[in-house]
Design a protein around this ligand. Structure first.
Ligand code: SAM
Length: 288
């Protein structure tokens, strides 16, 4: 435990202390460290916390957990799946916890769900230790795990998709270029002409620059680009953004009756209201 500066003994109790930009630390009391392994890409810890249950932590950063992981996973998955009227083939870049893929399996008409994750060990650890987050993905025959760098995968364009979901970790280490304009151009080349791309675009409070840049890059290449929001308590600041882009389909005109019914967070009202942005976000995205 002493090997990692984010796992601390404070007054005889174990804590996971996430360091966000040196100015904010978020601490979780730990019941147990379930597993701790190092892959060629990152340090992977599965910890059991008192409030959030089992959590996936990569290089000291919270990725998902049993308590609120479904909020992020539902919002990044169902919104594009419902905005596209008839998706068949879906590509997820990243998403090693399998939560987004599991949400997508709720759409029976889909034919193929390719998950391109750079780190096979993340997938193995999550299936083994957090099966409630990995959900149905490991058991659904339409889900194919491809262990590859998402940047290389889209650059070498092998197939075309209706929906691409960029479910990446923060823009450091292997995920850094998943936030670059070049990557979005390559990803667009893997979309059918009426395809949809969605990405997590970070906190509009603490990472305003990343959201603005991501939104701007997508506006350079897609005619319809919209940012939407959700509250995810375990992400710093709690307030999180996603950005969706298409040449054809506007999520504001989506047939929300197509939403899968067995969800815990998203419903038709949440789908629609998530696109209502507060003034500070409209200003930063130069809307209206
Ligand atoms: N929901 C999470 C969040 O926003 O914190 C992210 C989910 S998922 C765990 C992120 C995954 O992206 C990680 O498993 C990581 O290994 C993967 N990843 C990072 N860089 C990648 C790359 N270049 N290609 C494919 N996967 C990548």
């Amino acid at each position: 435990m002493d090997n990692f500066d984010y796992l601390k003994n404070i007054d005889g109790e174990m804590w996971f202390v996430e360091n966000d930009r040196d100015n904010l630390k978020v601490a979780y009391r730990i019941r147990d460290i379930i597993s701790s392994v190092k892959s060629p890409f990152q340090q992977i810890d599965i910890i059991d916390t008192y409030d959030f249950g089992r959590c996936l932590v990569l290089d000291g950063v919270m990725q998902t957990n049993e308590m609120d992981g479904y909020i992020y996973n539902e919002m990044i998955s169902h919104v594009p799946l419902v905005t596209h009227p008839s998706p068949k083939d879906v590509l997820i870049i990243g998403g090693g916890d399998c939560g987004a893929a599991s949400e997508i399996t709720k759409y029976r008409d889909l034919q193929k769900i390719d998950v391109v994750e750079i780190d096979e060990l993340v997938v193995k650890e999550c299936i083994k230790h957090i099966p409630s987050v990995a959900g149905n993905a490991p058991h659904d025959k339409r889900v194919n795990f491809i262990f590859d760098d998402g940047i290389e995968f889209v650059r070498n364009r092998r197939e075309m998709y209706d929906v691409i979901i960029i479910d990446s970790s923060d823009p450091v280490g292997p995920a850094e270029d998943l936030f670059s304009e070049k990557f979005y151009i390559d990803a667009k080349n893997c979309l059918r002409p009426d395809g949809i791309l969605v990405c997590q675009s970070e906190s509009p409070i603490f990472y305003k620059d990343i959201l603005q840049r991501t939104y701007g890059f997508l506006c350079n290449h897609f005619s319809i680009v919209r940012t939407y929001k959700a509250v995810v308590p375990s992400y710093p600041g709690g307030f999180w953004s996603f950005t969706i882009a298409s040449q054809k389909y506007d999520p504001l005109n989506a047939d929300t009756e197509r939403l899968a019914k067995n969800t815990k967070y998203i419903n038709e009202e949440i789908f629609k209201s998530s696109f209502n942005l507060p003034n500070f976000m409209k200003e930063m995205l130069e809307l209206e």
